[in-house]
Design a binder for this molecule. Structure first.
Ligand SMILES: C[S@@+](CC[C@H](N)C(=O)[O-])C[C@H]1O[C@@H](n2cnc3c(N)ncnc32)[C@H](O)[C@@H]1O
Length: 184
């Protein structure tokens, strides 16, 4: 999310405007740890939000209490950005390149770019083992040029969910459901 500020200074009643589309990250978190998985263990999911290419928030399964909806996640993100992260959020001063290169350096880990123009996801599912798979999502504007360039340099393959432009939270759900279908 290259445009989203890192100071956590936004209004809970106006997340898209005052939060410069922080609502997208809130909905992605709600999808990952709330409504999207049916059989996939939520403890095997990690969501990484990269804001302004300088701050990285890593979300893991919260356990017993799961924030509900955009506003509760927005409060969690605000707390995390203002120095009070809950135990299931890790905040670091890293940007996109470091995150992608670190993921790619893990043995057996694969990184994919979700992009309408990519290869159909179903066609590459066979190449995805039970190892760690990470999917990069753009913000409301899509994938910016810098991210596209980095993906090219790192040999990240683009995968598509079809021609329709989906909300990123629906992309999260579609990917999880594809893994559930494969029984991975
Ligand atoms: C709300 S969409 C971005 C909308 C933007 N106008 C576009 O068409 O890319 C947010 C992100 O979801 C992912 N996405 C949306 N639809 C997709 C699709 N059909 N296949 C793969 N990824 C998709 C992309 O990563 C995109 O950057």
């Amino acid at each position: 999310m290259p445009e989203t500020p890192v100071n956590g200074d936004y209004l809970l009643r106006d997340l898209p405007g005052s939060g410069k589309r922080i609502d997208i990250l809130c909905r992605d978190a709600a999808a990952c740890f709330g409504w999207a998985p049916v059989s996939w263990p939520k403890s095997c999911i990690e969501l990484v939000g990269i804001l302004s290419d300088t701050s990285t928030l890593t979300f893991r399964y919260p356990g017993t209490w799961i924030p509900k909806g955009e506003t509760e996640w927005a409060q969690i993100i605000m707390d995390s950005l203002t120095g009070r992260p809950p135990i299931f959020v890790h905040v670091s001063k890293t940007g996109l390149e470091q995150v992608v290169r670190k993921l790619m350096s893990i043995s057996g880990s694969q990184v994919w770019l979700l992009d309408r123009g990519g290869i159909p996801l179903a066609d590459v599912m066979d190449a995805m083992g039970p190892a760690q798979n990470s999917f990069m999502l753009g913000d409301h504007r899509g994938i910016d040029e810098k991210t596209r360039q980095l993906a090219n340099e790192c040999g990240v393959c683009s995968v598509s969910l079809g021609n329709t432009s989906y909300l990123s939270s629906h992309c999260v759900a579609a990917v999880i459901s594809e893994f559930e279908r494969m029984g991975l």
